[in-house]
Design a protein around this ligand. Structure first.
Ligand SMILES: *Cc1c(COP(=O)(O)O)cnc(C)c1O
Length: 402
């Protein structure tokens, strides 16, 4: 079927399509029900067809979908206020996707560099990172597969190994043209890689010492996924860290609209004053429909206490997986924070770990394998213990028998 389709061949799609959803469940075109432990890759944090989100979108569609950023958009202003209140950031630019949010961040870094008199400002980015598929963001991405064939890449990205502060310090000593660091608090596509507890705070210090912007890509980790609104806020509960560790720039997308396309680039302090009228823009970004969805998402996460649920269910799932899988030979490491869980398997030449995705599909479960051999689970924040148990049991059996 895919061969005769008129769709460009950008994805090797699994042979299943869905026509409706309800909470953590999806119903396929053939009537089968699936438990969605991936949430459209961390997008549908509130599950599918959430009544409050559906009502908000339907109501807004009947009132007003789009005007233009040439005019005031009260819902955009309101969502901006709320995002700044929960993050401690000062200003927001709304886009339609994660890549676009990162494009805004990259432009902020360059403006910041120019202000310091740097003619060709550089941005430090990490090995194994993922920042999107536009030319600038694929150039920032630390994965050759994403870049191959699209050279010349956008210049100005300097790469360091992830979770390696010394490497960043070395760049600081040898390169006076750096303007910013762009980094994921946890690498998602890179394999649910969790850095040392003080990694972000050390980056904060280095950025302060060198007058660089600290830019966090929270597109996958944000919106409650890891058990805090944003992953950088975890350090607040650690007494050894200063409470002053918010980034200068933070990007969001994925779960912000629960499936309605919306992204955001937030900035604090001096970084929040960099853009002036004419510097940046978007036709659709922050339109009434998308921002109404975003507001409904924030309200629902708060009202239903879903961040606490993400923390509790995430901790439970991690413990259970460790119990079930710790002695399994092909399991290299089990890691996670909140409902972002990765089970790294030993590389095996005779096995394609992506087969696990198909085997899970046969068990009516949607999972993902990323970075070749990491089973990645991103269940919705609304998940119950019973549903978590189904995921744990099914995935554990699949791995044990793989
Ligand atoms: C998904 C993702 C992106 C890209 O977002 P798009 O909406 O696909 O452009 C960027 N960074 C991270 C960390 C992501 O997970």
């Amino acid at each position: 079927m895919s061969d005769s389709s008129h769709l460009m061949s950008t994805y090797a799609r699994l042979p299943v399509g869905f026509e409706s959803g309800n909470g953590v469940f999806l119903t396929a075109t053939d009537g089968k029900h699936y438990l969605d432990a991936l949430s459209g890759i961390a997008v549908c944090g509130l599950g599918h067809a959430h009544p409050k989100i559906a009502d908000a979108i339907a109501d807004q569609a009947k009132k007003l979908i789009h005007t233009s950023n040439l005019y005031e958009i009260p819902l955009q202003t309101e969502l901006g206020d709320k995002l700044c209140a929960i993050s401690g950031m000062d200003k927001v630019f709304f886009s339609n996707s994660g890549a676009e949010a990162n494009e805004a961040a990259i432009k902020l870094a360059r403006l910041h560099g120019k202000q310091q008199g740097i003619e060709r400002p550089g941005i430090i980015v990490m090995e194994g990172s993922f920042h999107g598929r536009t030319l600038a963001t694929l150039s920032a991405t630390g994965n050759r597969k994403v870049q191959a064939g699209f050279e010349p890449l956008v210049a100005g990205f300097i790469r360091a190994p992830y979770n390696d502060i010394e490497a960043i310090q070395k760049i600081a000593e040898n390169n006076s043209d750096i303007a910013a660091i762009l980094v994921e608090p946890i690498q998602g596509e890179g394999g649910v890689v969790i850095p040392d507890a003080d990694y972000l705070n050390k980056i904060r210090q280095i950025c302060d010492q060198n007058n660089w912007l600290m830019m966090l890509d929270e597109i996958q980790t944000g919106m409650g996924r890891t058990g805090e609104w944003f992953a950088f806020q975890h350090s607040h509960s650690n007494d050894s860290l200063t409470p002053n560790d918010k980034p200068d720039v933070m990007t969001l997308a994925k779960a912000l609209g629960n499936g309605v396309p919306i992204g955001a680039c937030l900035a604090s302090g001096k970084a929040a004053e960099l853009f002036q009228p004419g510097n940046h823009g978007s036709t659709f970004g922050g339109n009434p429909l998308a921002t109404r969805a975003g507001l409904a998402v924030l309200e629902t996460i708060e009202y239903d206490n879903l961040i606490a649920n993400a923390e509790n269910m995430g901790r439970y799932m991690l413990e259970q997986f460790k119990q079930q899988l710790n002695d399994v030979e092909i399991v290299k490491e089990i890691r996670g924070l909140g409902l972002m869980i990765g089970i790294e398997l030993e590389p095996a030449e005779n096995k394609n770990h992506a087969e696990l995705v198909k085997q899970a599909l046969d068990e009516n479960l949607l999972i993902n394998v990323t970075a070749d051999n990491v089973v990645r689970l991103l269940p919705p924040l609304i998940i119950t213990k019973e549903q978590a148990d189904t995921i744990i049991d099914t995935v554990s059996i699949l791995i044990k028998t793989f």
